[in-house]
Design a binder for this molecule. Structure first.
Ligand code: ZN
Length: 120
């Protein structure tokens, strides 16, 4: 694999426009702008099949060192069951799956709120 095609990270997040500025700021703070693959899909880790398959491709093609899973509050894709524990459950399921794909991966599960970003 050529060095040019190795990504520093893969960012997985929802499509919701209200949180994009915060996401970009976080990725910028981490020095990842221009260095990461991105999967934007409604509900982030909620759609395990679609997002898991897309993430597998990123790992195969670009071998990222870390994966950032950004869940967010008030997510329309979750409907009425928008609890933190639902987001955490889905994010952890995806995290476990990704670590099985590559045990060297660092996978961070994050939760974006209108006030900021925290680990979950
Ligand atoms: Zn959402």
């Amino acid at each position: 694999m050529s060095v040019e095609h190795k990504a520093q990270a893969l960012a997985i997040h929802c499509i919701d426009f209200r949180f994009q500025d915060q996401l970009e700021e976080d990725l910028k703070r981490k020095g990842l702008i221009g260095q990461f693959d991105r999967i934007a899909w409604p509900g982030a880790s909620k759609d395990f099949t679609v997002v898991g398959n897309a993430a597998k491709l990123s790992i195969l093609l670009h071998n990222p060192n870390q994966i950032l899973i950004y869940e967010h509050e008030d997510c329309g894709a979750y409907g009425s069951n928008n609890s933190l524990s639902s987001h955490r459950k889905n994010a952890y399921k995806l995290k476990d799956f990704l670590i099985k794909e590559n045990p060297l991966l660092k996978v961070y599960t994050l939760f974006v709120t209108f006030e900021g970003i925290k680990e979950i």
